[in-house]
Write a protein that binds this ligand. Structure first.
Ligand code: SAM
Length: 278
C-alpha cells in the first residue's frame, strides 16, 4: 500500500454501501484517524478490521497530529474516517489534509457515500449546477439572513438539517423563497424509513408539520434554484425547445424540455406561444 493519507468514505446508513476498496484500505493502513473512535470501532469490528484507531477532529491537539505525521514520516499510511459518509463534508479533516499535504505527503481519496450527493441524485431537481450549504445557522435570525442571501441563487441548493429544526427551517424557506418554490425532503437515505419527497416548499412544510415521524432521523433539504426570468432561457435550451416544437405539440415539447432542464413547463410553453405570436 502506498504511503500517505487515505480519506475514506463510509456508509451513511446501509452497510452494503461500504466499498471493497474502503475495506482494503482500512485493513491495510497502519493507523486509522476517526472522528469518534467508539463509533468507528463498531463499524470496523463489523467488517473484521482491527487496525489501531486514534481520535482525530479539527480541534485535536498537536499530539494527535504528531502521531499521525510520525506514522507517515516512518513510511506508513493513515486512513481518515468520519462517523458516516465522506470525511470533510460537514465533518472534520480539512486541517489534517492541508497539514499532511504541506509536509509533502500524498493524500488519496477513497470515494463512497455522501448524503448531499445521494440526496441530489434522487431529488428530481436540476443537477447541472448545485451549491452545497451544509448546516444553516441554528439561530432563527441568522438562518433567515443566510437564506435571504441565497434567495436569488439559480443553482440547486443543498442543506443538511437537524431533525428538531426541520419544521422551522422549512417555514423560514417558505417565507424567504416563497411557498411555490420546489424543494425536496431527503430523509434517512439508504435506511429503512428512507423518504424522498419532492413538492413545493409549502407542501413540504405541511407534510413535515403534519407527521411527527418526518421530524426524526437524518435529513437533507434541497431547494430548486431561483428561475431566471423568461428572457433568460439559455440559447441552447431555446433552440432545443423550438426544434422539438416542430415535431411535437407545444405542450409536449415544453414538458420534455422541463424534464431535461428542471425549468417550469408553463414558462417553456409560454415562451413557445410568445415565439409563435412573434
Ligand atoms: N460527511 C457526511 C456526508 O458525507 O454526508 C455528513 C456528515 S454531517 C455531520 C451529518 C448530516 O448529514 C446529518 O445531520 C444529515 O443532515 C446528513 N445525513 C447523513 N446521513 C444521512 C442520511 N442517511 N440521510 C439523510 N441525511 C443524512
Amino acid at each position: 500500500m502506498d504511503c500517505g493519507l487515505y480519506v475514506v468514505a463510509t456508509p451513511i446508513g446501509n452497510l452494503g454501501d461500504m466499498s471493497q476498496r474502503a475495506l482494503e484500505v482500512l485493513l491495510g493502513v497502519d493507523l486509522i484517524a476517526a472522528e469518534d473512535t467508539r463509533h468507528s470501532l463498531r463499524l470496523l469490528r463489523h467488517f473484521g478490521i482491527d487496525t489501531p484507531a486514534l481520535a482525530y477532529h479539527d480541534h485535536s491537539d498537536q499530539r494527535a497530529l504528531a502521531r499521525l505525521t510520525d506514522c507517515l514520516e516512518a513510511g506508513g499510511s493513515v486512513a481518515l474516517v468520519s462517523d458516516a459518509g465522506t470525511p470533510l463534508i460537514s465533518d472534520p479533516g480539512y486541517r489534517l489534509v492541508r497539514q499532511v499535504q504541506d509536509r509533502g505527503f500524498a493524500v488519496h481519496p477513497v470515494p463512497g457515500a455522501c448524503a448531499a450527493i445521494a440526496a441530489l441524485s434522487a431529488s428530481g431537481l436540476a443537477t447541472d449546477r448545485f451549491l452545497f450549504e451544509g448546516f444553516l445557522p441554528s439561530r432563527p435570525g441568522s438562518r433567515a439572513n443566510r437564506l435571504a442571501e441565497l434567495q436569488r441563487e439559480t443553482a440547486t441548493l443543498i442543506f443538511y438539517e437537524a431533525p428538531h429544526r426541520v419544521q422551522d427551517c422549512l417555514q423560514s424557506m417558505v417565507e424567504i423563497f416563497g411557498g411555490e418554490r420546489e424543494g425536496v425532503l431527503a430523509r434517512e437515505i439508504t435506511k429503512t424509513f428512507e423518504t424522498i419527497r419532492r413538492g413545493t416548499l409549502e407542501s413540504l412544510a405541511e407534510f413535515v408539520a403534519g407527521d411527527h415521524n418526518q421530524q426524526r432521523g437524518e435529513i437533507v433539504l434541497l431547494v430548486a434554484g431561483k428561475e431566471k426570468q423568461d428572457g433568460d432561457i439559455r440559447p441552447e435550451t431555446a433552440a432545443l425547445l423550438e426544434r422539438l416544437a416542430q415535431e411535437l405539440p407545444a405542450k409536449r415539447a415544453a414538458a420534455v424540455v422541463a424534464d431535461l432542464t428542471g425549468l417550469k413547463k408553463k414558462r417553456l410553453y409560454d415562451y413557445l406561444l410568445a415565439q409563435k405570436t412573434g
